[in-house]
Design a protein around this ligand. Structure first.
Ligand SMILES: Nc1ncnc2c1ncn2[C@@H]1O[C@H](COP(=O)(O)OP(=O)(O)OP(=O)(O)O)[C@@H](O)[C@H]1O
Ligand SMILES: [Mg+2]
Length: 285
């Protein structure tokens, strides 16, 4: 993939976006809208330091991509955002991870509450071996929803751009859906919990190009309402969907560091770091 082609993708996207969406790409507004923020975040698995001194502000109602070579700590970082790493033996954090200004690793914070407000979609679609309906209703029940379940199920499936394809199959087993449908079902399940942020760790890597584009369209729609953080290995995908991009690399001791963060257009067309350019043009990693 040539650099110029990536630049074209970025340029085209920003030209064709409605003007009201372009206004917010100024750095000043980004800070005002921060919903999630790491300040000097370091992470260890036992004696191994996986992340060093990551400071990153995630804006609300925008898509932030985390990119970088395998093993640089992307999954570790995104999993910190909703405390998914808690159960790993030897896992330890230093620094702060603020969600709406509160440190989610601080005292008195309930990780279950964090996970309810910050949902996650995984690399491989992982629906429960239950009906389409039950998969989404599960999310609603976790949220303590007591009203009419069928309404919240329909709403979540509509938001996940899946309703038309499954409205006649609600009682069928979710595992009978296609991979792309299963992934949108997992997104619907996450939405039914009514989160404020949606984390996605390589959500399209198990999908074909058509299903991938559908998920990307969906992400752009969801970003009207939610903050989205996505890990992706696919540079075109980052160029197509992300408003902001964070570039991570491994230091000599293999600890992950963030070497660059900014509007995707800037990161992909005029990166500050030579290493960023080498990575996105395929000369590295
Ligand atoms: N549960 C764990 N226990 C110990 N070390 C771990 C654990 N999970 C990840 N690591 C280590 O932390 C580092 C970062 O891993 P991580 O999975 O975050 O990288 P990544 O950037 O997501 O890579 P990939 O692109 O291959 O998914 C790696 O060196 C990995 O071996
Ligand atoms: Mg990973």
């Amino acid at each position: 993939m040539m650099h110029e082609q990536l630049a074209d993708i970025v340029a085209e996207r920003f030209v064709t976006r409605p003007p009201e969406l372009q206004i917010d790409l100024t750095p000043g507004l980004q800070r005002e809208e921060t919903i999630l923020e790491t300040r000097g975040l370091s992470v260890w698995y036992g004696g191994f330091q996986a992340l060093r001194d990551i400071s990153l502000a995630v804006p609300g109602r925008r898509i932030t991509a985390i990119i970088g070579p395998s093993g640089c700590g992307k999954s570790t970082l995104i999993r910190c955002f909703n405390r998914m790493n808690d159960l790993i033996p030897g896992f330890r954090v230093e620094g702060e991870l603020l969600f709406e200004g509160r440190n989610i690793y601080g005292r008195g914070i309930d990780p279950v509450d964090v996970r309810r407000r910050i949902g996650m979609v995984f690399q491989k679609p992982n629906p429960f071996p239950k009906s389409v309906y039950e998969n989404v209703a599960f999310g609603a029940r976790v949220n303590g929803y007591v009203g009419k379940l069928s309404e919240i199920v329909e709403r979540a499936l509509r938001r996940a751009a899946l309703w038309d394809e499954v409205k006649d199959k609600l009682r069928q087993n979710a595992l009978a859906l296609s991979g792309g449908q299963q992934q949108r079902l997992c997104i619907a399940r996450a939405l039914a919990i009514e989160p404020e942020v949606i984390l996605m760790d390589e959500p399209c890597s198990a999908l074909d190009p058509v299903a991938t584009l559908k998920i990307e369209d969906l992400m752009r729609e969801l970003a009207e309402r939610y903050a989205i953080v996505i890990v992706t290995h696919n540079m075109q995908q980052a160029a197509r969907v992300a408003d902001y991009s964070a570039v991570m690399m491994m230091a000599e001791d293999r600890a992950g560091e963030m070497i660059e963060f900014g509007p995707t257009r800037q990161v992909f067309t005029t990166p500050k770091e030579k290493r960023t350019e080498d990575y996105i043009t395929g000369r590295f990693g």
